[in-house]
Design a protein around this ligand. Structure first.
Ligand code: UDX
Length: 439
């Protein structure tokens, strides 16, 4: 099948290479020339495990190419919209300018019978509006919404082996045609028995925002429990393990710590609240404001905890920050809790050195005033406190005895509840973590 993918960021680039892997002829289109050139040379513009190998293989197969020219989408029958929908500056609502620009430029390449398949996360109601634009300008062309649920760090696996397919189809006779086209695109995934939810535009759009809101709520729930544990001396890890054994609750996404960040959860819950307000249903989502508040309070608490262990003042204290990306196995620093904490520590007078296995170039660009080091040992040299803020495997596996030799004070703050407390304490470290009592 001939496919175009508009927008080659984390979502689009992985989608384009994955669709070629599934056997389709794919052109990935992006307005950013340097990104297109990198991709065409089989170089990933971002860090994502497994992506570069997939990209090389797909390019070598001859089924994948990248372009800056929308006219190259003309041969395609299905056109995936994979552009970003960031938070608007100074507002909660999503900024749809990239989606609108993508559709506008795609109109010149569309033919009757083509399907535009939106993957970006958009406010409910967007698909219906765009469907009218598409059908109005190119009679016979259709639009469906087919949200993507990939997690960064697992993007390739999640795209090739999704846990469900959601099709938000147009009304009327177009529905069957659009469904058949999507089934052809995902033929091998459908054949593998992947559950499908076939629905309308609005439900498909809402599935995505509802899923992200649920995940954010689950994380903030356990972080609210962590606040209570801190107030009572209870232990949030044991609490999460115990409630997680109930399979109605489940242990996943109950990891207490510094909370959620990244390019999706924070802005998606805010955009969802903004959209609910526009629809006159804001009360339904006021709880998400609390979810957001709990999440942001964790960052403040982490800074307080650092001050506490540094004898009540951060002024002139050397603090090592392990991790800069918003989660491990990613170089994405959008709304990174780790960098947010690092910057607050620095503003309060600490001498902060940040390290990360992949995100330093991005972090340095956005936060040039912070000091960066290539390794954990370098970041922690002569440190008064070490903060683990993103749980990369290499930090989880640090040997506390050897690592203890480089610091001035063996104080570790585990912002992700990712270290083995006993091992670190046995090596002479004082260990503090969110939601757990002091040793
Ligand atoms: C998320 C959704 O999981 C994905 O389905 C959607 O398509 C995009 O948004 P992603 O942003 O890649 O994916 O990250 P995710 O793994 O969901 O983690 C989000 C944040 O929550 C990270 O900062 C992570 O550290 C944090 N988190 C996650 C916790 O604090 N505790 C947990 O238990 C789980």
């Amino acid at each position: 099948m001939r496919i175009s993918v508009i927008g080659c960021g984390y979502l689009g680039a992985v989608h384009a290479a994955s669709m070629a892997e599934l056997g389709h002829e794919v052109v990935g289109i992006d307005v950013d020339r340097s990104k297109v050139e990198l991709l065409q040379r089989a170089q990933a513009p971002f860090y994502e495990p497994g992506f570069e190998a997939l990209l090389s293989a797909s390019l070598a197969s001859g089924r994948l190419r990248f372009s800056t020219d929308i006219a190259d989408a003309r041969d395609a029958v299905v056109h995936f919209l994979c552009v970003g929908t960031p938070q608007k500056r100074g507002e909660y609502a999503a900024d749809l300018r990239y989606v609108e620009a993508a559709v506008e430029s795609l109109l010149q390449a569309l033919k009757p019978g083509d399907l535009v398949a939106g993957k970006s996360t958009v406010p409910v109601g967007t698909a219906a509006r765009l469907a009218e634009v598409v059908a109005g300008k190119v009679p016979g062309a259709m639009l469906a919404w087919n949200p993507e649920f990939l997690r960064e760090g697992f993007a390739v696996q999640d795209t090739l082996h999704p846990d469900r397919l959601v099709y938000g189809l147009p009304a009327g006779s177009d529905a069957a045609v659009a469904r058949a086209l999507l089934d052809e695109v995902y033929a091998s995934i459908v054949a593998a028995g992947t559950p499908q939810v076939v629905t309308d535009h609005a439900t498909a759009e809402m599935v995505k925002t509802a899923a992200n809101s649920f995940l954010a709520t689950k994380i903030s729930f356990i972080n609210a429990m962590a606040e209570l544990c801190e107030a009572t001396g209870a232990d949030v890890i044991q609490l999460a393990d115990a409630i997680g054994h109930d399979d109605r609750i489940g242990r996943k996404f109950l990891n207490a710590g510094l909370g959620f960040g990244g390019g999706c959860l924070p802005k998606d819950i805010r955009a969802f609240m903004a959209r609910a307000g526009e629809l006159g249903a804001d009360q339904a989502l006021t709880f998400l404001r609390e979810v957001d508040n709990i999440n942001m309070r964790r960052r403040i608490r982490m800074v307080e905890l650092a001050r506490e262990v540094c004898d009540g003042s951060l002024l002139g204290k050397r603090v090592a920050v392990l991790g800069a990306s918003f989660k491990p196995d990613s170089d994405d620093i959008r709304d990174s809790p780790a960098l947010n904490v690092a910057a607050q520590l620095e503003l309060q007078g600490a001498i902060v050195r940040v390290t990360d296995p992949a995100a330093i170039p991005n972090a340095r660009r956005e936060w040039p005033h912070l000091d960066f080091a290539d390794t954990a040992e370098e970041a922690a040299r002569d440190a008064d406190a070490v903060l683990l803020l993103t749980e990369w495997r290499t930090y989880r596996e640090l040997d506390p005895t050897a690592f203890g030799a480089v610091v001035t004070q063996k104080r570790v703050l585990d912002g992700r509840n990712a270290l083995d407390r006993d091992t670190w304490e046995a090596a002479g470290w004082s260990y503090r973590a969110l939601g757990r009592r002091a040793g």
